[in-house]
Each structure stands twice: as structure tokens, then as C-alpha cells.
Design a protein around this ligand. Structure first.
Ligand SMILES: *Cc1c(COP(=O)(O)O)cnc(C)c1O
Length: 361
């Protein structure tokens, strides 16, 4: 069976060359005679892998020494709970801007620890647009402001970093990190589960402005404490070594391909082509998100007649295009076109969509 084009939202497609390298090294990692999965996280081999992964991610995103970089277990959802525990005092106010499903999850994880203020939400409009910055009701005493850079399910993305003054901006970048250059200095915390754009599920990157470590936070176990993770170099307990290693291979691949500048160009071309195909389908396909904030990573779309959904999914799969079923919250279809989705994959999808429309239109 040849490799298909996988449009899954996450876990998502990985570059062939990364999987091939992992396969080639699986039983004997660089002459050690054992797999990297079998080696101690404190041994020099894995410590080297970990250090290189951090250095490569720092290079990729131009992360300065003012920031620490953590590789943690627990997914983005755990990261959402660590933010209030570490940055706010118990019951302190925290501002949340809700632009889709994941903004709501972030609030759910924070509510036990902080006084959540929904500074703005686009829920009334079905999350099809971003709330205008001028309408945000920010609290002057907020511990931080939380946004979701790219809403993976609703397909809405911040195209500009909002100015929130001196309050630290915390952003969930799970589904768009490393998709284009990023001014890290505008953020207090950036977190991202790896399984969309950085590699496999099981490891979460946290990029944290060092001076925020001075905040007392609130009573919490050591394992939920950023400072302990910094001190322990993300090895407070046994880290997800395999996932961390694979993410490191993905970082090297991105650097070799030309870095985030190159991925920004590819991603812009892929998204523009796919949205043009949807918009130019005479209403056969439809994307409802306001054009300026359409996600470059996740493209939800609907067929004009939902009774064709089953045929669309079956035929696309037969054509070697998998993972197109939309999230159950929205229905319809969704094409996730992260860094590892080649332009040929998007061309193949567009070709299939045109053909399907001609046969069923
Ligand atoms: C996938 C996703 C999450 C959840 O990640 P887990 O690793 O499953 O906890 C959170 N936020 C965004 C934006 C996501 O895309």
C-alpha cells in the first residue's frame, strides 16, 4: 500500500523522511545496539537528543535566552491547567478570549484555580470570526490574557498578535506553531501539543518568559510547577523520550527544508489554493469563516448537500485521501494541512473535490 495523503487534525501526518529515519534507527540507535526508546533518559545518548531538540526548536522559532523551553507530558490540556496554577494566585482574575472549542477547554481547565473573565467570545456567531480587539473587555488586574492562536476545529486563526498591554499574553499554539515566523517576545507563555505541527502525540512544548517564574502561583504539586520542570530540565520524572526524539527529528527536517519562513510560504500557497477551490465551486462546497481569519492549518468545509457526505468520505478514501471527516461538533469535512502535508497532497485533494463535484453536482 503506498503512503496516502493524511488530512487528520491530530495525531497528524509526519514527513516520510522522519518516519524512515526513525524506522532505520529503531533497533540500533546510532551504533549503540539498542533503541533510543530503551535507553535511560539520563544517559548521555538521550540527554544529547534532548539538548539538540531544544537547540533546534530555539533556532527554528528564534527563541531568545529570556525564555525557557520545556518538553512535558500531559498534552496541551494539561498545559492549560498549569498556566493558572503557575501564573495566578488562587482566585485571581484571568482573561480568556474564546474563539472556538479549544478556548472553551482552556477555561474548563482554569476555572478551579482562577476567576475566569471571558473578555471576548465569538460563540454567538458560531465562531466564524474573531471578536474585534476594540470590543475585548480586559481586566486591568488580570494575571494573564489567554488566546487560542489557531482554533483547530472551527478553523479560525489570529493573523495578528493582539496587543494586551503589560499583562502577559498566553497562547495555545498547538495547531499552528512553526507554521510561520513568530515574534516570541510578544508572549508570556506559548504552549503546543506536538501532534499537529511538531511531531507525535505525547510531548508538549512550553515556551515561557523566564521572569514569569518569579510568580508565586498557587499551592500545587511539584509535578505541576514550571520551576521544578525548569530545574529538572524537563526530566522531573521519566519524560516521553520516544515522542521527544521524534519531535527532534521533525525540527531537524523543518530546518533542513528552509525553516519557518519556507513553511510560511508553502502553507500560504496550500491554504490559498484550497480556499479558492471551495469558494470557486459555485456553492457545492462552503467554508463559513470570515476570509481574513481563515485558518491556514485547518480548513473545515461543508458539501451543499449533507447527504453526499458519506460518498465524499468513501470516495476520497478510495482515492488515497484520508482523515477528511469533520469534527463531530461541526460535521461536514475538515482538511488539516500542517507543515508535513506536501503541496502535492493539497493538489490531489483539490483535484478530487473538482472531480467529485462534476460527478455529483
Ligand atoms: C489538539 C489541541 C488541544 C488538545 O491537545 P491534547 O494534547 O489532546 O491535550 C488543545 N488546543 C488546541 C488548539 C489543539 O489543537
Amino acid at each position: 500500500m503506498p503512503r496516502v495523503f493524511n488530512f487528520s487534525a491530530g495525531p497528524a501526518t509526519l514527513p516520510d523522511v522522519v518516519l524512515e529515519q526513525a524506522r532505520d534507527e529503531l533497533l540500533d540507535w546510532r551504533g549503540v545496539g539498542a533503541s533510543i526508546v530503551e535507553l535511560s533518559h539520563r544517559g548521555k545518548e538521550f540527554m544529547g537528543v534532548a539538548a539538540e531538540a531544544e537547540a533546534d526548536l530555539r533556532r527554528l522559532l528564534s527563541i531568545s535566552d529570556d525564555y525557557v523551553v520545556l518538553f512535558l507530558a500531559g498534552g496541551a490540556t494539561t498545559a492549560q491547567a498549569l498556566v493558572p496554577l503557575n501564573l495566578a494566585s488562587a482566585g485571581q482574575r484571568a482573561d480568556y478570549v474564546v474563539t472556538g472549542h479549544w478556548g472553551k477547554t482552556a477555561i474548563k481547565q482554569a476555572r478551579p484555580y482562577v476567576d475566569v473573565n471571558i473578555a471576548a467570545t465569538s460563540e454567538a456567531g458560531g465562531f466564524r470570526d474573531l471578536p474585534a480587539r476594540a470590543d475585548w473587555q480586559l481586566s486591568p488586574d488580570a494575571a494573564y490574557v489567554h488566546i487560542t492562536a489557531n482554533e483547530t476545529i472551527h478553523g479560525v486563526e489570529f493573523r495578528d498578535i493582539p496587543d494586551v498591554g503589560d499583562v502577559p499574553l498566553v497562547a495555545d499554539f498547538s495547531s499552528s506553531i512553526a507554521s510561520e515566523p513568530l515574534d516570541v517576545s510578544k508572549f508570556g507563555v506559548i504552549y503546543a501539543g506536538a501532534q499537529k505541527n511538531l511531531g507525535p502525540v505525547g510531548v508538549t512544548v512550553v515556551i515561557l518568559r523566564r521572569n514569569l517564574l518569579e510568580r508565586a502561583g498557587q499551592p500545587r504539586a511539584d509535578i505541576f510547577d514550571y520551576r521544578s520542570h525548569v530545574k529538572g530540565e524537563s526530566m522531573l520524572n521519566t519524560p516521553p523520550t520516544w515522542n521527544w526524539y521524534l519531535a527532534g527529528l521533525v525540527f531537524k527536517w523543518m530546518l533542513a527544508e528552509g525553516g519557518v519562513e519556507e513553511f510560511a510560504r508553502r502553507n500560504a500557497r496550500k491554504a490559498a489554493a484550497l480556499y479558492a477551490a471551495i469558494d470557486g465551486s459555485g456553492g457545492f462546497y462552503r467554508n463559513d469563516v470570515a476570509a481574513p481569519v481563515r485558518s491556514r492549518m485547518n480548513v473545515p468545509f461543508f458539501l451543499h448537500d449533507a447527504s453526499l457526505d458519506k460518498a465524499f468520505l468513501a470516495e476520497s478514501e478510495a482515492a488515497g485521501l484520508i482523515g477528511l471527516k469533520g469534527h463531530r461538533a461541526l460535521g461536514g469535512m475538515r482538511a488539516s494541512i500542517y507543515n508535513a502535508m506536501p503541496e502535492a497532497g493539497v493538489r490531489a485533494l483539490i483535484g478530487f473535490m473538482d472531480d467529485f463535484r462534476k460527478r455529483h453536482g
